[in-house]
Design a protein. Structure first.
Length: 225
């Protein structure tokens, strides 16, 4: 029997929480899980205990939760469906990349694996969705990859925007309007800690100053081209 949409949402939230844990952390806090899903900590704890009983998670009371290998595989497959659907909606259906996240949230639970594989073939087996998020393999695996943000990357070095770590439609429209989508060449000229701002040069698009909060959500890599 396929997992319910609620189970899939919990698996995905824990999986994504694990991805941002510090090196010395092993468990995702229940507060993080509850906040990610918009539920009370008590509700999250009840569901996580059920996941643990099903062999999909390891739960430690008062400490947190971590997915088992089986749980990680299922979560990876949910993310794979989500991100391939997003790319299909943008590339084939012509939807704005700022609109597709919520649509994919619904479709990821109902689209068949057969249809997902056909979408994957049609799109040429892509590795990233429109926001630069990596697409898991058909086995649900994600290849770990470290990316700097505009707050931690080297200064005065050619970079390329690789990933946008925020799916909020208003933020994505801001990124689009300011020529900062994945693939855009950029270079950090200065960081002003007092003003919480970062000054960028954007290829042929000129200079732009953005706030530190926005800069933290733009992930980049050194441009080797």
């Amino acid at each position: 029997m396929l997992p319910s949409s609620t189970v899939e949402n919990y698996l995905k939230a824990i999986y994504q929480g694990q991805a941002v844990l510090a090196h010395d952390e092993r468990l995702v806090s229940m507060g993080h899980v509850a906040a990610a899903l918009g539920v009370t900590p008590g509700t999250a704890t009840t569901m996580v205990k059920a996941l643990a009983e099903s062999g999909l998670a390891e739960y430690e009371p008062y400490s947190g939760v971590r997915l088992t290998p089986s749980g990680e595989k299922l979560a990876g497959l949910v993310l794979r469906r989500h991100r391939l659907v997003e790319l299909f909606l943008v590339n084939v259906m012509g939807m704005s990349w700022a609109e597709v996240h919520e649509e994919a949230e619904q479709l990821e639970h109902v689209v068949s694996e057969r249809l997902i594989e056909l979408i994957d073939q049609m799109l040429g087996h892509p590795t990233h969705d429109p926001h630069g998020d990596p697409i898991p393999t058909p086995e649900g695996a994600l290849i770990p990859r470290h990316l700097d943000s505009l707050l931690t990357c080297p200064v005065n070095t050619p970079l390329r925007v690789t990933r946008i770590a925020d799916q909020d439609p208003a933020f994505l429209r801001f990124i689009e309007q300011n020529a900062l989508k994945p693939g855009q060449p950029v270079e950090v000229e200065t960081r002003d800690a007092a003003a919480d701002s970062v000054m960028l040069r954007r290829g042929n698009e000129g200079r732009l100053t953005i706030g530190a909060r926005a800069a933290s959500k733009l992930l980049v890599e050194v441009d080797t081209h």
